[in-house]
Design a protein around this ligand. Structure first.
Ligand SMILES: *Cc1c(COP(=O)(O)O)cnc(C)c1O
Length: 223
């Protein structure tokens, strides 16, 4: 036996009722996912489409798969049939592609817009200006096979807890300030922020969904 079921239970038991846990399984074997599944967990996250596509057919059908990493538009088609929630949407073009692929499968795919909150130069995420432009895009209403259900953000990679807290609070304020942006395909209810090292800070700041990998499955070996 491994520590997986125990690690999982400890975290789940500590969560406020309104906070969901996505167990992040990138680089981890299917047997680890199966163990967490057997312990009752259903929400799993991967950050690479290829890895997700490889694992999904070998695992139970009722798993809710979260795509948490950066999306390559040309690969959206491989996950459109089954993905539960896409966390890393950072352009209108990507939304359009998700909509197109979702339509093919007669589904509505839930999406989170990834917002750039880290002070460090990270490659991904919408700036405030880009976000406002996106939500005001007239064409957005015509995307009937996607639904924007919230935001996702990653704090700076730093030991400075005040910095991390400020970044999460900033995202929460943004989330609150756009609650009026309601339409058929947009309703901000999910705020995905917090990982193994900072999920407590994120929850204090108002997170409703945390994405935790190493605290459940152990450190990752990148080979
Ligand atoms: C890997 C990853 C996580 C989980 O990281 P841990 O530090 O192992 O909890 C969360 N979110 C994203 C986007 C990731 O790529």
């Amino acid at each position: 036996m491994t520590q997986i079921p125990e690690n999982l239970r400890k975290i789940v038991d500590s969560l406020p009722e309104n906070v969901q846990l996505v167990a992040v399984t990138k680089t981890k074997p299917e047997s680890d996912i199966q163990q967490a599944y057997d312990a009752g967990h259903r929400d799993f996250g991967e950050n690479k489409i290829q890895e997700l596509v490889n694992k999904q057919p070998n695992l139970p059908n009722d798993i809710k798969w979260h795509m948490i990493g950066h999306l390559q538009r040309n690969k959206v088609k491989y996950i459109a049939k089954f993905v539960h929630l896409i966390h890393g949407v950072d352009s209108f073009k990507t939304l359009k592609e998700i909509n197109k692929q979702a339509l093919k499968h007669e589904r509505i795919i839930n999406c989170l817009l990834q917002i750039k909150i880290a002070s460090e130069e990270s490659k991904f995420g919408l700036s405030m200006a880009e976000l406002h432009e996106l939500v005001q895009n007239e064409e957005l209403k015509s995307l009937e096979n996607i639904k924007i259900i919230g935001f996702m953000g990653m704090a700076s990679f730093t030991n400075d807890q005040d910095q991390v807290k400020k970044e999460f609070q900033q995202l929460k304020r943004l989330f609150d300030s756009l609650q009026h942006c309601q339409s058929k395909n947009m309703n901000l209810e999910t705020l995905s922020m917090g990982m193994s090292g900072d999920y407590s800070i994120a929850i204090d700041a108002g997170s409703t969904m945390i994405r935790v990998g190493s605290a459940i499955f152990g450190e990752r070996n990148y080979k």
